[in-house]
Design a protein around this ligand. Structure first.
Ligand SMILES: *[C@@H]1O[C@H](CO)[C@@H](O)[C@H](O)[C@H]1NC(C)=O
Length: 343
């Protein structure tokens, strides 16, 4: 495990990698930023005392290096084959350059590494992997993406895999992974309709992912069945965990519905209503099983032990953090709607 000062250093270089990548004006610079970002994340993940962390960091390293090497190769090929006089570009070039970036961000047909890597990580690293690590590849994709059969099928596959993959999962990390794959699909469609839309979606999604992770961390449960037996004092934590999960699933009164609403509206205005319908249908599957696990954990299968040796002790700071974040996730959309209607 890296020491605290090493962690600060690595987090700084990780963020600078993202910044270098999104602000560079050549593909070579963008590739370099991605590489800086990757080389800072690997030592953050690995841990000598935990075999699973090391395994996950190795898997992540191999996949991401494959993607970076492919990206570099494609970029060099593009430069070498470009016709200098006519500036002709092959119609497939944007899609070909997009593919390694899709692999990096974990969109559907290239998502296979994602569940395995997430399963072996600590919650902090899971949160990083779901949010910050997606920023640079998605931002780079915004230079290339356009609405065509390729993009639409990637998006549809991401939302379907996210919805079907999460069915019958009991591991919280797996559920969050499939939710992340699904949200990558929604972020890609937001990206085709403008960077601001994507930015709004990404901000809200990152906040919600952080909320869920901090509530789950507080509860100490890695699997759904561990939430079914709780002491009286821990019911608040359980409440925060499941309401923020439902918010992440886009259930209407919560904040998670806001970006979904905006994206659906933008899609209809861009005459993408059939696609919007398909995506909403997949989100209904998701909401069905999210509601099922929340309902059974709160009502049917809930038991309270009469005695408990290890009484629940909450850490004050992380409790406050989770409380603040989950009250944002609970009331965020209602507050936004009220403010928008007053003016
Ligand atoms: C996918 O995202 C949509 C929109 O936010 C949401 O309604 C749906 O529940 C999500 N599905 C999963 C698996 O998270």
């Amino acid at each position: 495990m890296p020491s605290n000062s090493t962690k600060i250093l690595l987090l700084t270089t990780l963020m600078s990698g993202v910044l270098v990548s999104v602000s560079s004006n050549s593909w070579l610079g963008a590739w370099m930023g991605l590489e800086i970002n990757l080389m800072s994340f690997i030592p953050l993940m690995s841990n000598v005392k935990n075999m699973y962390n090391t395994e996950a960091s190795l898997k992540y390293f191999i996949v991401q290096v494959l993607a970076s090497a492919t990206l570099l190769f494609m970029v060099v090929m593009k430069t070498l084959t470009e016709d200098l006089f006519t500036l002709d570009e092959n119609a497939y070039t944007p899609m070909i350059i997009c593919t390694p970036l899709l692999l990096k961000s974990g969109a559907a047909p290239l998502h296979w590494w994602f569940p395995g890597v997430m399963e072996g990580l600590s919650w902090e690293n899971c949160a990083l992997l779901m949010t910050v690590q997606k920023a640079a590849p998605l931002m780079l994709m915004s230079y290339l993406i356009e609405i065509n059969t390729f993009t639409l099928s990637i998006i549809l596959m991401s939302t379907v895999v996210g919805a079907i993959g999460g069915l019958n999962q009991t591991s919280m990390r797996k559920i969050l992974t499939y939710s992340s794959i699904n949200h990558t699909g929604w972020m890609l469609i937001a990206l085709t309709m403008g960077e601001n839309l994507w930015m709004a979606y990404f901000m809200v999604y990152s906040t919600l992912a952080l909320t869920v992770v901090s509530a789950i961390k507080l509860s100490g449960a890695s699997f759904i069945n561990q939430t079914m037996m709780t002491n009286k004092e821990a019911t608040l934590v359980k409440f925060m965990m499941f309401t923020s999960l439902l918010s992440l699933g886009g259930l209407p009164p919560f904040l998670g519905f806001l970006p979904k609403w905006i994206v659906i509206q933008a899609m209809i205005m861009n005459s993408l209503a059939p696609m919007a319908t398909l995506m909403v249908v997949t989100s209904l599957i998701t909401l069905y099983y999210y509601l099922k696990i929340s309902y059974s954990s709160f009502m049917i299968l809930n038991t309270e032990p009469k005695w408990n040796l290890s009484s629940y002790k909450s850490k004050k700071t992380s409790n406050t953090k989770a409380l603040t974040l989950s009250s944002i996730s609970l009331t965020g959309m209602m507050v936004c709607t009220i403010i928008a209607n007053i003016y």
